[in-house]
Design a protein around this ligand. Structure first.
Ligand code: GDP
Ligand code: MN
Length: 396
């Protein structure tokens, strides 16, 4: 789950990471009230989960209430790279001597945490990685050991952090690591991490992504969940407790097991198609889950075929087949299904489907994953072509 900047800063504050005083505002009046509390001058910042807000006009300094009114009025309702601004964060403006970059993420390949630190902050780190890769210090951290103040200090020196900021940055790195690990983040990024003229160091921005798998030990995350921005398909999937991620392609995917679902996306890609989603219905899928899965996929206008890929282990073939037959009774599907059913009781499953009286145009069965992928992609392309044709006819 990705947090807004203001939520990231609230999260940082719990771990004693210094941030500027401020408040979130949904209206111009609230923005003025927040500014009075924070003390002028203030910065009015668009809260959207996309970088480069400054360049887009979503970050403005204000010296008095009139300026806050002007800027908050402009920024609220603004569209930044397709994200509608519903709220602003208003904080006391900081004087900046230097802007640095610091983040922790997980390096799955190395099975370690990864610190990225640079004296060239404030700009997008991806740009620094291209123009001046040596300016970014990468440090792997063994999660068993964590990071000591001495190691953090070394990293700061290696990154060419200004001498007067080294101690402050090192302290910050230790606190940020604490936030990253105890706070169960996938990503904790500060850009810019600033050095002030008075020598202090603090976080001017916050990008935090929380690890949903740890939600069970964080009841306090509910408040973040309330403002989470999911697309419509993902919202529907969540109400059904489905492991669903929306993608851009035209082949709807249902598979049992995350690994199989991932390989299904790969195979669809390999034969020249693109998946519209990731969806793992897990082990022991029943008719209700299959119906829910088909409903979510069916709600997506860009889906032109549906590839159901089941390798039964705990999941039994006949249960899956019954689920599909039942689901077809309940949901009027816009796209044809291609199924590959293998593993436990696959024979029984296939014969249930064959004898259910479902027309071939609605459901075809293929013996292997590759053949099924080819068929699903071919159907999707056909569907896209005919959709295009009818659009052209309408416009003619
Ligand atoms: P992003 O561009 O969306 O990542 O937004 P940031 O929160 O990182 O802000 C972008 C830039 O605005 C920063 O790099 C700063 O240069 C500037 N900025 C943000 N807050 C302040 C502030 O309190 N004082 C000053 N002087 N500049 C600020
Ligand atoms: Mn930033």
């Amino acid at each position: 789950m990705d947090l807004f900047e203001y939520q990231g800063k609230q999260y940082f504050a719990r771990y004693d990471i210094p941030v500027s005083p401020g408040d979130v505002a949904y209206t111009v009046d609230e923005a003025v009230a927040a500014a009075e509390m924070a003390g002028y001058p203030v910065v009015v910042k668009a809260q959207v989960q996309v970088g480069g807000r400054g360049k887009a006009g979503g970050i403005k300094l204000a010296d008095n209430a009139d300026e806050v009114r002007l800027h908050a009025g402009n920024i609220l309702g603004m569209d930044i790279k397709g994200h509608l601004v519903k709220r602003v964060w208003v904080e006391h403006a900081s004087d900046i001597s230097k802007e640095y970059y610091a983040s922790y993420s997980l390096d799955r390949g190395a099975k370690k945490h990864l610190l990225m630190l640079s004296a060239e902050g404030g700009v997008e780190i991806e740009a620094v990685a291209v123009s001046n890769p040596d300016a970014i210090v990468l440090l792997h951290i063994d999660p068993v050991d964590g990071i000591s103040l001495a190691t953090a200090r070394d990293a700061a020196v290696r990154a060419d952090i200004d001498a007067e900021a080294v101690d402050g940055v090192a302290e910050m790195l230790v606190k940020l690591y604490d936030c990253f690990t105890r706070g169960d983040c996938d990503l904790a990024e500060i850009n810019p991490l600033i050095l002030r003229p008075d020598g202090g160091v603090h976080a001017l921005d916050a990008k935090v992504s929380l690890d949903n798998n740890a939600a069970f030990r964080h009841p306090e995350w509910d408040e973040f969940r309330a403002t989470e921005e999911l697309d419509e398909r993902e919202q529907l999937a969540r109400t059904h407790d489905l492991q669903y991620i929306g993608l851009e392609g035209s082949v709807g995917i249902i598979a049992n097991g995350a690994g199989l679902a991932m390989s299904t996306l790969d195979v669809v890609n390999q034969v020249g198609g693109a998946a519209s989603n990731f969806l793992d219905i897990g082990g022991g899928a029943n008719a209700d889950m299959m119906t829910a899965a088909l409903e979510v996929i069916n709600s997506d206008q860009s889906v032109k075929s549906i590839f159901i890929n089941i390798f039964g282990g705990i999941t039994r073939g006949e249960e899956v087949a019954k689920g599909i037959v039942e689901a077809l009774r309940r949901v009027e599907l816009r796209a044809p299904i291609v199924i590959r059913l293998d593993g436990t009781n696959a024979e029984e499953g296939r014969s249930i489907l064959a004898n259910a009286g479902i027309p071939e145009s609605k459901l075809t069965s293929k013996p292997t994953m590759l053949e099924a992928a080819r068929a699903a992609v071919a159907l999707a392309k056909l569907g896209e072509a005919s959709a295009e044709l009818s659009t052209n006819e309408r416009s003619n």
